[in-house]
Design a protein around this ligand. Structure first.
Ligand SMILES: Cc1cc2nc3c(=O)[nH]c(=O)nc-3n(C[C@H](O)[C@H](O)[C@H](O)COP(=O)(O)OP(=O)(O)OC[C@H]3O[C@@H](n4cnc5c(N)ncnc54)[C@H](O)[C@@H]3O)c2cc1C
Ligand SMILES: *[C@@H]1O[C@H](CO)[C@@H](O)[C@H](O)[C@H]1NC(C)=O
Ligand SMILES: *[C@@H]1O[C@H](CO)[C@@H](O)[C@H](O)[C@H]1NC(C)=O
Ligand SMILES: CC(=O)N[C@H]1CO[C@H](CO)[C@@H](O)[C@@H]1O
Length: 436
């Protein structure tokens, strides 16, 4: 399957015959360094613990799409507050990147979660946070529950075209009055005949302005808040769906974020993913991948920010010497580099445990918490060393400073991660009893 991915990818843009030979043979004996005329600098020695030749080849193929089809346009898309997801997703879908861990029956590659990690990491070479996030929504946030629990019919209708890059997916969990407290959402989907009639609204929907379908969390029955919800595949072109203009945000500017309203929207009950009433539980499972993915997506940007800061401060002379030669500068950068490496170790260990079928709720929450906090530290501390230049839109650091701020908020805020960790430590006070 991998061979298929790489050969499709290689053909149109092939310039290097060594590369072709390597891709065709997929021989493990060919060293990665010999494959490329320009060295790719994303392999740290530690990577080999988790990443085998197949992972590295996959990362390289993805890198080519990033370098040729994404990065040259990022500045323009950031300016416009929009990127052509259909075009980009089709390219990624054709090459297999939108269904790395999904079953081959529905067009996926059927690989384990370590390949998803490899992909999330490599997407960090995109020169902004918004596009990796939109891709992550598609692969690791809106589709895991459908892939795991959906009926064959639903998967053929929504999953296969999403993997192929023909459909763009969005995830509808948060509402204006319910973000951190997911169980308190108010959107209802009432059963009438064989249908569901949906009323309510969703907030903060990434790629909401033009997505083809939404993985929607709604209340489908009476009962306790953890047991009265379902996940529903909702086509976004139905009557009664109103999508407001996109929200103007601090960062992630190339990714659109919308508010969506539902008024008597009708879908068949068979659009419910898996068992009715299990939506909250499914979403909690789905969050696990979202959080691992979110943490993985911070690693390369943090390393890039540190490397760029080394370069800039080495060249910048003040008081007769380079900024970098101040101990507080080079020591701080060493400290940050160490922290990133620690996060990488925790994440790799967690993903390995996860791909072997273990429950990693606690560790995934720790990864997400640490990634959010560290991303803020790295971008803030590094930006300081750029002086006025760091405060302009001319440099990548200011974009990452804005974009990475979201990690501590989206997909469960830092405090929500702390609460989950506390549950495992048995230190969280019990919430007041709710009568129902
Ligand atoms: C750019 C962007 C894209 C997004 N994309 C999507 C998407 O595609 N789909 C989707 O469903 N959602 C999406 N979200 C929503 C996101 O998941 C929520 O913003 C997040 O869960 C926080 O919810 P909230 O904004 O309602 O904050 P609130 O729930 O109002 O929380 C506010 C603050 O309260 C604090 N807090 C929360 N819980 C606790 C606690 N237990 N103890 C102490 N303090 C606490 C935290 O500091 C938190 O930031 C997106 C958000 C943004 C900004
Ligand atoms: C389901 O749970 C929500 C959130 O706690 C609650 O408001 C609602 O009344 C419950 N039932 C239905 C049918 O919405
Ligand atoms: C993991 O374990 C916790 C605590 O035992 C449990 O609440 C949670 O549902 C489990 N998660 C999964 C994905 O099985
Ligand atoms: C920002 C973003 O991802 N926008 C895309 C959402 O999905 C539609 C396709 O359904 C694309 O056309 C948008 O570009």
């Amino acid at each position: 399957m991998l061979r298929y991915v790489f050969s499709i990818l290689a053909k149109p843009r092939l310039v290097d015959t060594d590369l072709l030979l390597c891709l065709i043979s997929t021989s493990n004996t060919i060293r990665r360094q010999n494959v490329h005329s320009t060295p790719l600098y994303n392999t740290l020695p530690g990577d080999d613990i988790l990443y085998k030749e197949e992972h590295l080849q996959m990362k390289d193929s993805l890198r080519k799409i990033i370098d040729n089809d994404i990065n040259p346009y990022v500045d323009e898309w950031e300016q416009e507050g929009f990127f052509p997801a259909h075009t980009v997703f089709k390219k990624l879908g054709k090459a297999g990147f939108l269904g790395v861990t999904k079953s081959t029956e529905y067009g996926g590659l059927g690989l384990d979660y370590t390949f998803s990690l490899a992909m999330a990491e490599e997407l960090g070479y995109i020169n902004c946070g918004g596009i990796p996030m939109a891709i992550g929504v598609q692969t690791d946030m809106a589709t895991p529950a459908l892939a795991r629990f959906g009926s064959d019919k639903l998967k053929k209708e929504f999953l296969t075209p999403s993997i192929q890059g023909d459909y763009v997916a969005c995830l509808g969990v948060s509402e204006t009055e319910a973000g951190s407290d997911v169980a308190s959402i108010q959107t209802r989907a009432e059963k009438r005949g064989g249908d569901l009639i949906i009323n309510g609204g969703k907030m903060w929907i990434t790629n909401g302005t033009q997505a083809d379908w939404m993985c929607l969390l709604a209340n489908t029955r009476q009962g306790l808040p953890h047991q009265n919800k379902s996940l529903i595949c909702l086509p976004m072109d139905l009557p009664g769906i109103q999508i407001t203009k996109k929200i103007d945000k601090l960062g992630m500017r190339s990714s659109d974020t919308a508010q969506v309203f539902f008024e008597d929207v009708r879908v068949p009950q068979t659009n419910i993913i898996g068992e009715e009433g299990q939506g909250f539980t499914y979403q909690m499972l789905q969050f696990q991948e979202e959080r691992l993915w979110g943490a993985a997506a911070t690693l390369v940007p943090m390393e890039t920010v540190i490397q760029e800061t080394v370069k800039y401060t080495r060249d910048r002379k003040i008081f007769g010497q380079s900024v970098l030669s101040n101990q507080c500068v080079h020591f701080t950068l060493a400290e940050l580099e160490t922290e990133v490496e620690l996060l990488r170790s925790l994440l790799y260990r967690t993903v390995l445990l996860y791909s072997q079928g273990n429950n990693v709720t606690k560790q995934a929450s720790m990864c997400k918490l640490k990634a959010g906090r560290l991303a803020r530290q790295v971008t803030d501390k590094c930006l300081q060393f750029w002086g006025g230049m760091g405060y302009t839109n001319e440099v990548l650091i200011s974009r990452f400073f804005r974009d990475m701020r979201l990690i501590s908020i989206g997909g469960g805020a830092d405090e929500v991660m702390l609460s989950i960790i506390c549950k495992f430590m048995d230190t969280l006070p019990r919430p007041p009893k709710v009568n129902s």
